[in-house]
Design a protein around this ligand. Sequence first.
Ligand SMILES: [Zn+2]
Length: 585
Amino acid sequence: MPLEEDVELKEIIRKNALLNAARHDGKAQAGPVIGKILAEKPELKTKVKELSVLINKIVEEVNKLTQSEQRKIIEEKWPEALTREEKTEGEKRLPPLPNVEKCGKVVTRFSPNPDCVLHLGSARAIILCHEYARMYKGKFILRFEDTDPKLKKPVLEFYDRIREDLTWLGCKPDEEYIQSDRIPIYYEHAEKLLRESNAYICTCQPEVFRKKIIANQPCKCRNLPPEEHLTRWQHMLKGDYKEGEAVLRVKTDLQHPNPAVRDWPALRVIDSKKYPHPRVGSKYHVWPLYNFACGIDDHLMGITHIIRGKEHLTNMIRQEYMYKHFGWEYPEAIHYGRLKITGASLSKSKIVQGIREGLYKDWDDPRLATFAALRRRGITPEAIKKLIIDVGPKTSDVVLSWENLYAYNRKILDPAVDRYFFVQDPIELTVKRIPKTFKAKLNLHPEHPERGFREYVIKPPGEDDSVKFWITKRDAADAKAEELVRLMELFNIKIENVSSYSAEARFVSEAYEDAKKVKARLIHWILVGEDMPCQVVMPDATTIEGIAESACKGLKPNAIIQFERFGFVRIDKVNKKLTAYYAHK
Ligand SMILES: [Zn+2]
C-alpha cells in the first residue's frame, strides 16, 4: 500500500506536525517530524523517500493554518498531548522579575568595558538581561563603558568583537550607547551636583583625605561654598590641575559604616596627552569614574532592572546617594551570585597578558574561555544559553565545570550533526580473503536516514582478495588473537597479527547478527585511497594527526560534526588537509 493511502499514518504525521508547529510559532519543521515518525515506526526506514514527500506535504498543509486553528485541532483531538508538550516547554523559564507592573516596559542593559574580548564570565549578565527583556517584550541595551583611558584603556577592535559576540550569542541589542560619546552629559550632571552642594571638588592629598574619611570627618574642602567648587570645576576642565590634584566627590554620609561609601569619587583628571582615548583622543582630561557614569546612564536610559553580580552591591549603595540628590528613583536591582567555571581562566588581565606575551596565539586560542574560542571549538550559543537559564539569577554562588557545559552542548549536537570516521594514530590493516565486492552505505546519522549517506565500494583486486584499511593502532592492539571484530556497517573480521606499522586480518562473515551474538567490538575504518590527512586541535592547544574519510572533502568550514568514537569537532579549514577543532567527547 502506498503511504499516501495509509490513513492512520497520515493522522500520526498530522499530530506530530501540529505539535511541532505549536513549539515553533505556528511553523512546523519537517526534519524533526520525520525523526519522530521513524522513531515510532522504524519499519518505515526503508521508505524514507516516500515518507519525506508525504511529511513535507502534510507539514505544508499544517503551516497554512493560523496558530489558533492549529491549537484548536490539537485541543479537540489530542488534549493530553498538548499539556504534556506545555509542561516540557515550561520547565526552563526564568523566575519573574520584581515590580514589572509599575515600570511599563522592562529595560535592561549589558555594559562591558571594551578593554578585552568577552568570555564565559560575561555570559550570565548578557543572557539574563537579554532573556528578561525578551520575556517581557522590553528593550535590551548595550552600553560601552569606556571612560578609563589610563588603567582600563579601551581598544578599538574590542568594540566590534563585543558586538560580534553578542550577535553570535543571539543577544543582539535593541540600542547601543558609548560612554565616551556622552562626556558633556556627565559634565552637566556634575555641575548640577556642585551647584546644589551635593558634591565638591577635593584638592586634598589622597592620604590626607583618607585619614579624615576613616575618622568620619569632612576634609577642608567639603564645606566650602558651592561657588568655590564651581570655580575649581572650571579649573579642572581647563586643565589647571594635574592627575591626582583634584577629584569631584559625591556627598554621602560620613557616618556610613562602610568607609568605601563615604563621599565617593565621581570624576578625576587623567593626563590625556599621555593616555589618549582610542575614540576621542586627548579631547577630555576630566573623566567620570564607574559609579558616576553608570548611575547617570541607568537613569537617563530608562533602565528598569539592573541585573548584575553581587560584587556590585556596594556600588548600588553609593549610587543611591546620587539618585537621592537628583531626586531620581533607583531601578530594581537583582544581584546574582558568582559563577565559577573550574579550570577556566576568566581573568581579563591574564588573558590580555597571555596574548601580549605570545602564550596564546589569538583571542580564540582553544585554551581560553573567550566566546571566540568557544565558537571556534563548536560550543553552540544555545548550549551556553540553556546552561545560564537553568542556573538562573539566584544569589548563591555556583560552581560549574567544563563538563557541565559540554553536557548541554552534546544534547544539542548529538541529534543534529552528521557523523564521519576519523582514524587517530592510523595503522594499515590488510583484510584478506574478501569473497566479493561490498558496498558500505554509511548513514550520516543513524537515527536520521533522510539526511543521506556516503558510500564506499570495497572491491578486492584479484589474486589475494585483500583490501587495505586504516584503523587506529589502539583498536588493532586491543584485538586479541582470533577475536571477532566488526568493521562498522561492513563485515566481520578476525585480526591475525599486529606489528607497529601494520596489521593483518581475514574476512569472516557479513551478517551483523554474527557480531552481535559474540558481542564483537565495532570499530571504525577508512578505506585506503578514500582518505585525507586531518589535524585536530585539542582544547589544550596540542594537535592530533590522523586520517579522515574522503567524504569530509565536501564539508564546509564552520560545520560541526561528530567523529565517531572520537568526539565532536568544528571544521576549521578544508584544503588538501582537514583542520578541525575539538569540542568534547
Ligand atoms: Zn578635600
